[in-house]
Design a protein around this ligand. Structure first.
Ligand code: FAD
Length: 284
């Protein structure tokens, strides 16, 4: 289908873009979600502002113990960044599982986070990493924890006029182990369910467990009950199964033509056990 007529501006600075967005224009990044929605007439913006070409939003840097990613970084850049692979491998591993090579070359981390598809991959990793999301408007800047950003299906803490400008993740300490395990819908690659695990062990005991889940519920969430079940244990096979069985606790599971709620809950427990096992094997 053909989208409705719209105006298109490609500003050369972020300030220009934010000025237009403050007046009601809609940001366009990789277009991997927005353009299909416009073709299906699920979205009909009158004015698109192309922020996908702004160099100001395209960087990955190490900054005193944290890593800062500009919102315009493509999934491919996140996947292949030597800095991320070395210091925050969970994010690169997650990016590598998104869609196909065309989508990874065009789609951006900021676009994915802002779009907040309940089956998107990054939200699980960002929750497990306890990431911070920087939001900018023409005259404002604020930072929101990932745990407070994803509010509902396609709904986030973004206010009108704001964009996601930066994602901040911690530099993993050498002893931490992480893994992202996903059951993909075979046609699109989107997650039927995905679980990101981040674990730290000390003296044979798991002292920190962070589990982010996507695909299962209306929005990505931290599986607090499963995390609690894991912390303080040595992480035996029985400990892992016990924690994995709690991954969907307190959550209303999604159901659609691809998977029933019961099947999704089952996949979530399987993915959680795999993610925890793989992350544990990577702890020092
Ligand atoms: C065939 C296919 C397969 C896919 N498979 C997967 C998959 O397996 N896993 C997965 O996670 N995703 C998947 N995706 C989605 C993909 O990751 C998109 O790249 C992502 O959802 C949106 O990023 P984008 O840069 O393309 O944003 P766009 O499509 O340009 O924009 C999406 C929305 O976010 C807004 N927006 C964009 N950037 C910002 C910003 N910085 N701040 C505020 N608002 C912004 C736009 O206005 C729009 O509303 C797939 C997409 C396709 C087409």
């Amino acid at each position: 289908m053909i989208p409705q007529t719209f105006d298109y501006t490609a500003p050369s600075t972020l300030d220009q873009a934010l000025g237009l967005i403050a007046q009601g224009a809609k940001p366009l990044a990789g277009g991997m979600s927005l353009i299909p929605m416009m073709k299906l007439r699920l979205a009909s913006p009158e004015h698109l502002v192309d922020i996908g070409r702004l160099p100001e939003l395209r960087y990955i840097r190490d900054d005193a113990g944290v890593l800062r990613l500009g919102a315009g970084c493509t999934h491919y850049e996140v996947e292949t960044s030597p800095l991320l692979r070395g210091k925050c491998p969970l994010l690169s591993e997650t990016a590598a599982r998104i869609g196909d090579v065309q989508v990874r070359n065009m789609g951006t981390i900021g676009g994915s986070v802002a779009h907040a598809d309940p089956a998107a991959d990054y939200p699980a990793a960002l929750l497990a990493l306890e990431a911070q999301i920087v939001l900018r408007g023409a005259k404002s800047q604020r930072t929101v924890a990932a745990s407070g950003f994803f509010l509902d299906t396609f709904a986030t803490a973004l206010e009108p006029g704001e964009i996601v400008s930066e994602i901040i993740v911690p530099v993993e300490d050498a002893g931490a182990g992480t893994s992202y395990q996903k059951m993909a819908q075979p046609a699109s690659g989107f997650a039927l369910v995905g679980v990101a695990a981040r674990l730290r062990r000390s003296g044979g005991t798991i002292v920190l467990a962070r589990l982010g889940v996507t695909g299962l519920a209306p929005h990505a969430y931290r599986a607090a009950s499963a995390e609690k079940a894991l912390e303080g244990t040595p992480g035996t096979a029985a400990d892992i199964q016990m924690a994995a069985s709690r991954i969907a606790e307190g959550v209303e599971a999604n159901a659609d033509l691809h998977a029933s709620a019961d099947y999704r809950r089952h996949l979530a427990a399987v993915s959680a056990a795999r993610a925890i096992t793989a992350a544990l094997a990577r702890t020092a």
